[in-house]
Design a protein around this ligand. Sequence first.
Ligand code: 9D3
Length: 224
Amino acid sequence: MRFDVVTIFPAMFGPVFQQGVIGRAVERGMLELQAHDLREHTHDRHRQVDDMPFGGGPGMVMKPEPVIEAVEAIRARNSGPVVLMEPWGELLDQRVAAELANETGLIIVCGRYEGIDDRVRAALNAREISIGDYVLSGGEIPAMVLIDAVARLVPGVVGDPGSLAQDSFSDELTGWPQFTRPAEYRGMTVPEVLLSGDHARIKQWRRQQAAQRRVPQRKELKKT
Ligand code: 9D3
């Protein structure tokens, strides 16, 4: 799967795409990730990517032409849908990530300032996605979150498919309490059942613990 990101801060993406599961998948050629500098698609001397909002008001708005021309340049290599990272977008969840993982690629535009000129959304038939109801300073970190969530669903990216979606999405999020050696540390012990070797009892204990984690702070993590 191919991810092309349009941003005024392409350097933010280098280190993130070189680490861990994603970094290894890039090295193995399963994923292609490229960050494109929006300023490369300006035509004026000041390489201006923003301008004052029509109608007045504070802040600046991302100009439409550099964004549309950047996406047009990427189109030759990436036929996937365009996603605009915007704080008012559709909330990212595992269902949205799984849907996007079916694509051969994504073209992701990171918003900055007060937002992107609204003609871009219509012109590119773009989907707007937010990662949650809190205010960040731009769409770059949200784009990294989206790429991580989608990329690990691409077959072969996560080495052990058993560590992916075991029984359900909510189980994958919830999991159960984990312990490793030593069996006792400063008087704190590991639940006896995990040392018992009784796999049926262990499975039952883990299911019950996972259910308990969904109560009370995350009641919305129902079985799906
Ligand atoms: C009142 C005007 N605000 C937007 C309706 C201004 C504004 C706040 C924050 C404009 C841009 C931003 C920067 N955030 C993002 O670009 C962003 C974001 C976020 O802040 N939270 C969660 N998901 C995302 S995706 C992109």
